[in-house]
Ligand binder design. Structure first.
Ligand SMILES: Nc1ncnc2c1ncn2[C@@H]1O[C@H](COP(=O)(O)OP(=O)(O)OP(=O)(O)O)[C@@H](O)[C@H]1O
Length: 358
């Protein structure tokens, strides 16, 4: 999808130029009021830009210079909002088939299975739990046979267990269906688990748009990425399990192996892991007497500082084929005599697995 739009809303101006991948999940992240929902509404056709163009593949949805603006129902875009917005007087089945084109009929059963809503088909929306209602609303969006799915904070307001369950369904969906998703969330953990591409929005503008791994590795964006709590997210290959110690070996490329608590995925699977900066320490040589399980070869690619944190130094390392962030005190950095381009050992204590298997 390509878009280049401008829209004034009162004294707020949204001005965005973006080119998004045709597959996978693109997350829009930014503080409250930065313009995420306004952008989604322009894509869905719920609002018109004052100026601009929006294309999905070769299809032109909007081109204001030609006075062209497709209405929402002709855009082939499914939208899932924070609240489910089901028709209260239709059963679940009626909600799912409302507006379903004949071309989507054959997908009814697979989508119902995928979302685990088969046993809810004869229920009225008022009797569903929050998580069930969201799943039905995702099903309805998918059965409109969309080329693009827009999700505006679909997990907000759900409790921990429901949130986790729905996140699992959405992850399955991204793996099993070819439909690209644009996903708004305030929750960095959710984004780390689900997104392939990350767009940072600030004051109505696009600050960054790139793969999740690359945006999270940008030291200059640490403030905007504040909620992500400075962590690296990277995708690794499961090579083997060590059942005796309940550990899994992951290949990071260039002969670098990360050993983590047992991952429930077979050798050969790809999984995504998150490594907070405070779990990474650096050494000049490989210390023998340390409890750090992982001692990886790394190169310091970039060194930066944060305005509001004068005691620490931000580092961008390269480990295997991956960027990885670390944070040291300025004193340790100076005492070790570190500099850009230096090879070091990255000592990694533990690794968070709020992660997905790909
Ligand atoms: N119809 C409108 N008239 C005037 N201002 C508007 C209108 N719609 C949105 N705004 C303003 O535009 C800005 C962006 O709003 P938007 O809802 O897109 O932000 P957001 O990033 O989605 O925020 P949140 O994360 O809180 O949902 C806000 O300052 C909002 O008050």
């Amino acid at each position: 999808m390509r878009l280049d739009v401008r829209k004034c809303l009162g004294n707020f101006t949204l001005q965005a130029r973006l080119s998004l991948p045709a597959r996978g999940v693109t997350a829009l992240f930014g503080v409250s009021g930065s313009g995420k929902t306004s952008l989604l509404r322009l894509i869905a056709g719920l609002d018109r830009p004052d100026e601009g163009v929006i294309h999905i593949g070769k299809r032109c949805l909007v081109d204001t210079t030609r006075g062209h603006c497709l209405p929402p129902h002709r855009r082939r875009i499914g939208v899932v909002f924070q609240e489910a917005r089901l028709f209260p007087h239709y059963r679940v089945r009626g909600n799912l088939t409302y507006g379903m084109p004949a071309s989507a009929r054959s997908r009814f059963d697979p989508i119902v299975d995928l979302l685990g809503i088969g046993r809810l088909l004869d229920r009225m929306p008022g009797t569903l739990s929050g998580g069930e209602a969201r799943r039905v609303s995702i099903g309805r969006a998918l059965l409109s046979d969309p080329e693009l799915l827009l999700m505006d904070e679909p997990l907000t307001g759900l409790d921990g267990a429901r949130k986790h369950e729905l996140l699992r369904y959405i992850l399955t969906l991204t793996r099993d269906l070819e439909i690209p998703i644009v996903y708004i969330s305030h929750d960095p953990k959710e984004i780390s688990a689900i997104a392939d591409h990350l767009v940072l929005i600030e004051a109505g503008g696009v600050v960054a748009s790139d793969s999740l791994e690359r945006v999270l590795s940008r030291i200059d964006l640490t403030t905007q990425l504040g909620g992500f709590d400075a962590a690296s997210v990277l995708e690794a290959l499961v090579t083997r399990h060590d059942d005796e110690y309940a550990l899994t070996h992951l290949d990071l490329g260039n002969d670098q192996t990360l050993v983590v608590p047992l991952v429930d995925a077979p050798p050969g699977a790809r999984c995504r892991i998150r490594i907070p900066v405070h779990d990474v320490a650096l050494a000049l040589s490989s210390p023998a007497d340390t409890s750090y399980r992982n001692r990886l070869d790394a190169v310091i690619k970039r060194v930066g500082t944060l305005q509001d944190s004068p005691t620490s130094v931000e580092l961008l390392l390269e480990v295997g084929h991956h960027p990885m962030r670390a944070r040291l005190t300025r004193k340790s950095f100076d005492e070790l005599g570190l500099a850009e381009g230096m090879p070091v050992k990255a000592l990694i204590r533990c690794v968070a697995f709020d992660m997905r298997h790909l």
